[in-house]
Design a protein around this ligand. Sequence first.
Ligand code: ZN
Length: 727
Amino acid sequence: MSRAPTLKAKASILFPMPLPEPFDYAVPDGMELRVGDHVRAPLGQRSSRGVVWALSSDDGSRNLKSVESVYDAPPLSEAMIEFVNWSARYLVQWPGIILRMVLRSEDSLLPSPTELRFEAAAERPTRMTEARERVLRAVLEQGPGSAAELARLAGVTPGVVTGLAKAGGLTRIERPADPPFDPPDPDGPGVALVPQQQDAADQIRRMINAGGFQAALLDGVTGSGKTEVYFDAIAHALRQDSDAQILVLLPEIALTRAVTARFMERFRAEPALWHSDQGPKERRRIWREVNENRARIVIGARSALFLPFQNLRLIIVDEEHDATYKQGDGLHYQARDLAVVRARASRAPVILASATPSIESLANARAGRYAYIQLPDRIGKAVLPDVATIDLREHRPQRGLWLSDPLVEAMAETLGRGEQVLLYLNRRGYAPLVLCRDCGHRMKSPEVDAYLTEHRYTRRLICHLTGFSMPRPDKCPECGAIDSLTSVGPGVERVAEEAKARFPEAKVEILSSDTAHSAEKLLALIDRMERGEIDILVGTQIAAKGHNFLNLTLIGVVDADLGLAGGDPRAGERTYQTLVQVAGRAGRADRPGRALLQTHDPEHDAIAALVAGDRDRFMEAETMAREALGLPPYGRLAAIIISAKDPSQADAVAKDWARNAPDADGIKIWGPAEPRYGMVRGWHRRRLLVRADRDVDLSAWLWAWKKNMKPVSSVRVTIDIEPYSFV
Ligand SMILES: [Zn+2]
C-alpha cells in the first residue's frame, strides 16, 4: 500500500497590475489562507500586495515561491471576486486592471491609527498662566481637540497645551483617527407615501423579500417623489437584514452633500460619501469601514462600485440615464451597466431610477428583462411646466445678442412678480470661438484640433479638452493685427453679461463647472438661489441636476438646438433628457412654471415631443431609429483606439488590427478612421468601430482579436465597450 504524498496548499494570487492572470505561490506551514485574503508575495525583485484568487493543493512538482504574509483584514467576498472576473471578461481587460480599481490605499487594511486629543480635567492645576487660561477656555468652548487644534484656537504654541496636560489641567484621550460609521436606523422620521408611491415601494419590497438578483427600472417624472420611494426600499432592506449594506450611485457627486442631509435625517446616521476628490484619509476610512461591513449606506460616484462590500443587499442607481456614468478615460466602463453586474454577483436587487430613462433601460424594461415601475404624477400641487418654443427665424436677436424679444418680455414679467429665472446654455465660458477679423485665423489648441474657448473673467483662452490655457492675446498670432480678435457665439458668461445689461437691477450669477469647481462653491450658490438672493441664474448642464428651486418659474433655454446635430447616436436622447430636466426645475411648488425654448427647428422630433409633453412619442421615434441602424440596445458597439507619437506608426498598427480581425457573422468593422480630435497631447489617434448583432458575444470576439495581436511598444491600444464619445 503506497502512501499518498502530503499535499501542501497552493495559492493563486492576483496582483493589481496589467498581468494576464494570477500567479501561483506555496502557502507556508502554519499560514491559514482563505480565498479573497489580502496578502503580500514576492513578484520579481519586490514584495507586492495581492489577493488570493483561488486555493488548491500543490503536488510539489514546481518550485513555487511562498506567500510572505497575510493581512489581518476581512477577505474580499466571493461576489466581489465574481464581479472582478466578469467585468474583466466583459470589458476585455486583464483582471488585475479591475482589481486595481478595488484596492485603494493599503493603509485601509491596517487598523485605524489613533490620535491624541485633550479634554478638560476635573480640577484646575494650581499654576495657571494667561496662555493656559486661553487653552482651557478653548477646550470648554470647542470641546476636545488635538494639541495643534487647541493651540491654534487659543493662539498659543502646542507646547502650552501639552504643558497644561502635564500639570493636570487636561486629560489625554486616545481615539481612532478614522471613526467608525454609526449604524443607520430604518425607523427614522419618514414622509408618508401617497398611494402611487406606496405601490412602487411595495413592488420593490417584494423584490427585496424574494431575495436574489432582480433589476427594476423606476420611471418617474421629475418631482414624483422617487427619492421617498427608494428611502423606503433602503429602510426595508435594513429591516430584513440587520447587516445589509446599500449602495446609492449618483451622477454628480457635488450634489451628494444635499442628499446626505436628507439621508442623515431619515436614517439618523451619517452615510459614507465616496467620490474622486476625497482626501486619502477619508478614502482610507471609508474603504476600511465598507470592508469591515460597518459602513452600511454608501452614497457614491461611479467608482463606489469597486468598494469591497461584504453584504451588499441593494443597489440604487439614481438618474440612471446620466452620461457621467460612463467613464471615458483610464478604464472605460459604464457604471450603470456594471451596477447590474455587481447586483447579480451579490444576488441582490438593483433599482435604476430616472425621470428620463435611457433607451437601453426602457428597452430592457419593455422586453421584461427588468421590472418596470412607474410613478407618473407629480406630488402635491406641482404640475409639469408649460413648454413653448420661440422660433429664432422669426424672432432673431440683434447681432451680438442671444436673448430674443419674447424671452426678454417673459423674463421681465417673471422678475416683476419677484420670481426667479434660469437661463440654460450648455456652453462654458464667454465665447466658444475667437477669430481674427483681418485674416480669419481661428484660435486653436496647440495639441488637439479644437477651438479655444474664451473665458472673460479670467481673460484666458482655454481648451476644454486638454485643459491648455493662455492669456487672450492683444494681437493676432497669425497676421499681427492689433485688436482684431473677436469673440464668436455665446457661452454662459456672455449670456450673463447680456442679462445684466438688460436687467441692471437684477442679481445675475453663473452656475457652471468654472464658477462652482468645488462642492462648497456649488452648494453656496445653490443656497443663494434657494434663499432668493439670485434673480437670474445662467447655467450649464450642472444646473439641470436635482435642485429644488421653489421660486423658479421661468426657464429660458438659450439654444435648444445644441446637441441635436452630430454623429453621436445618443445626442438626440441626451438633448431631450436635459431639456426635460431643465424644464422640470420650474414650477415644483404651488406656482406653475414655464419653459421657453429658443430654436431654429421647432419641428424637430425632440423639440415637438417636449412641447407636447409626450416623452413616449419621442422615445418611440428614437428607439425606432436605433433599431433600424442596429445601434445599442439593438446591436452592440465597441471602439478600438490606437494612439502613437508617430502618426505613420498609428496608421500602420491600426491597419494591422483591421487586417487581423477574426472572421465572424454579425460583426462589422468601420475604419480605421481619424477621430475628430485626431491628436491629443502629442498622441496621434486612430479609431476602429465595431458593430455587432445583439446575439453576438462581442467580448469573446474582441478577446480573440486582442490575443491575436502582438503588443507594439510605444503604441497604446484602448478597447472601449459601448463607447459614448464619438469625437
Ligand atoms: Zn489675423
